[in-house]
Design a protein around this ligand. Structure first.
Ligand SMILES: [Zn+2]
Length: 339
């Protein structure tokens, strides 16, 4: 194998999906100069480990505090997105191993962190993990409603790759479906899997989703940008968060999913091809992701809020900005979210 391929292969994070309990997996990776970064849910479990930092926000100050307080050559990040964001930002030259405790976004193995600075949130490039280790027993032990909520969010964020690909092709003025599919082939495979084979939030589902989320992270590292994981649907997410008050229980993937469905319907309108929209809508139905006005109201997002947020997306920022900055009516929303 040529050297360059070896180098590329070696630097990409590995994924281990394990049937072992989380404490045993952590024990194996813990060494003398290791720092554990975790969230309040997992903090009590690590009583015996002296070197641990508790993280409850992704503020820049948390990073400064950890870097100032501890010396370490290895970080074990155990928790959800906030913990992983902070750990990636603190890692520097230290080895980083991530133990995601929920599968709620596509960022489980990536090299980007959403950090809160004094002037707002920014996505910055940070350290990628050497390895991402997922304990299936840990995921399965969570309350069923939590397991569904977070796993559903992971699928919602994964399918944003599909709308981001539509957006990218839209901006290149080439909406050929095979190109949209080719950009994010694994996300389309995940969509097909949900439509054809999803049978509830069981072990098979968790293992399948973990592989797709990891793959999505790897693609961000390889491409060195987030254009195929964050398009207009994420712009809509940000305007919804800014202008409205989604329910506290509303997840990232649920809210991003609104923009994914709208983007897919705009694609239908521009091309006359409803197939992709229909598949996405069917997958949302199977996954119980909010896909009609009634379900969206339950997560605190009414039709007016969607319209107001769509209007707030800047023109020329992508497919949704262009389509809705000139829209005289928002009837298209009824064909997406009407029963
Ligand atoms: Zn996202």
């Amino acid at each position: 194998m040529p050297l360059i391929q070896n180098i590329v292969k070696n630097v990409l994070p590995a994924l281990a999906i394990s049937d072992e309990a989380l404490p045993a997996l952590i024990e194996r990776e813990y060494t003398e100069n290791t720092l554990i970064i975790c969230d309040p849910y997992n903090y009590p479990e690590f009583g015996r480990y002296v070197r641990k930092a508790l993280v409850t926000s992704c503020s820049q100050n948390v990073i400064k505090e950890i870097v100032r307080t501890y010396s370490y050559d290895k970080i074990l990040a155990v928790g959800g997105c906030t913990v992983l964001d902070i750990a990636r930002a603190c890692a520097g030259h230290a080895a980083l191993i991530c133990f995601p405790t929920i599968l709620s976004t596509t960022c489980i193995s990536c090299n980007r962190s959403k950090i809160q600075f004094t002037n707002g949130y920014r996505l910055i490039k940070t350290k990628q993990p050497l390895k991402t280790i997922i304990s299936i027993p840990y995921l399965l032990q969570s309350k069923e409603e939590d397991l569904i909520k977070w796993t559903q969010s992971g699928f919602g964020d994964l399918f944003a790759n599909i709308s981001a690909s539509i957006d990218l092709q839209y901006q290149q003025r080439d909406l050929e479906i095979h190109k949209i599919r080719g950009n994010v082939i694994e996300s389309f495979k995940a969509l097909d899997w949900v439509v054809d084979a999803f049978n509830g939030y069981d072990e098979k589902c968790l293992k399948t989703l973990a592989r797709y989320l990891h793959h999505s992270s790897i693609e961000v590292i390889k491409r060195n940008n987030t254009k195929l994981s964050s398009g207009s649907e994420h712009l809509l997410y940000h305007t919804i968060i800014k202008k409205n008050r989604p329910a506290v229980s509303a997840t990232h993937g649920q809210i991003v999913g609104i923009g994914t469905l709208i983007t897919a319907k705009v694609f239908s309108t521009l091309t006359g091809d409803d197939t992709l929209f229909d598949s996405l809508k069917e997958s949302f139905h199977q996954l119980q992701l909010p896909a009609n006005f009634g379900q969206l109201r339950q997560i605190g997002i009414g039709k007016d809020a969607i319209i107001e947020s769509l209007q707030a997306i800047p023109a020329k920022s992508g497919i949704l900005g262009d389509y809705f900055s000139n829209a005289s009516s928002f009837d298209i929303l009824d064909s997406i979210f009407g029963i």
